[in-house]
Design a protein around this ligand. Sequence first.
Ligand SMILES: Nc1ncnc2c1ncn2[C@@H]1O[C@H](COP(=O)(O)OP(=O)(O)OP(=O)(O)O)[C@@H](O)[C@H]1O
Length: 268
Amino acid sequence: MESTILNKKEDRIIKVDSPLLNIDQLSVSYGGDKYSINKVSAGIQKNKITAIMGPSGCGKSTLLRAINRMHELYPDTHHKGSVTLDGEDIYKINPIELRRKIGMVFQRPNPFPTMSIYDNVIAAYILNGIKLKRSEKDQIVEKSLREVGLWDETKDALHKRGTFLSGGQQQRLCIARALAYAPEVILLDEPTSALDPIATAKIEDLLVELKKKYTIVLVTHNMAQAARISDYSMFMYIGELVEYGKTKNMFTTPKDERTEAYLTGKFG
Ligand SMILES: Nc1ncnc2c1ncn2[C@@H]1O[C@H](COP(=O)(O)OP(=O)(O)OP(=O)(O)O)[C@@H](O)[C@H]1O
């Protein structure tokens, strides 16, 4: 698509005072000299929902993964630029420790199929060999399931497998699994794209509730969802962060023709 830049980059990318996460000139490659995201700079506000939007393949998931170094799980990746959390360079933090501070929820609800609901919630502790007393485990399981509104539905079935739950309940279980590790940030990669509208609405309400305690970054293909629940939105196009601002402003007065074309459905 032909694009005309309406405003200088500085005018299209909001400056955030004291961001919790600061992404500076971040480029990520899965191998060689082709970069899937290019020189992305953005500050992410604490206790807000920030949505990342853009057409397929524009680098949304890559940007999300680079925030907790999940992209490093693919061979041959490298990056340029930096990301800080509370001023600390995330690339100097042990990745296991980092993922404790920055949890992730994926597109398809993926409870561990052989584990009970109870063990799924504390899976990060089990998998990382962190020993907890029974009472501590009970407390974490109840607190996390209550936070995602799943306690009443599951308290009498904690030792059943997580996969016996509905799709929406499974996704809430996966969010509980992320919360159990007491993160500061939760990254979600299209968490409702496999869910029906009722389950989607429950997750959206939950995210709005959770932002009081956590900072949320959400990749979504669903513009209506970004408009409904996010405070800030990013629009990416072919690896570039084209526009970043308050969601309300971006949806009413986009500053770049490419953002406007995307938001009005001219391409997707
Ligand atoms: N594991 C990988 N190895 C090599 N290239 C990859 C890998 N993952 C993503 N890419 C490439 O990086 C670019 C960005 O992909 P990414 O998945 O981040 O985009 P996206 O906006 O999240 O797409 P979608 O909306 O389709 O999920 C694409 O060109 C993609 O082919």
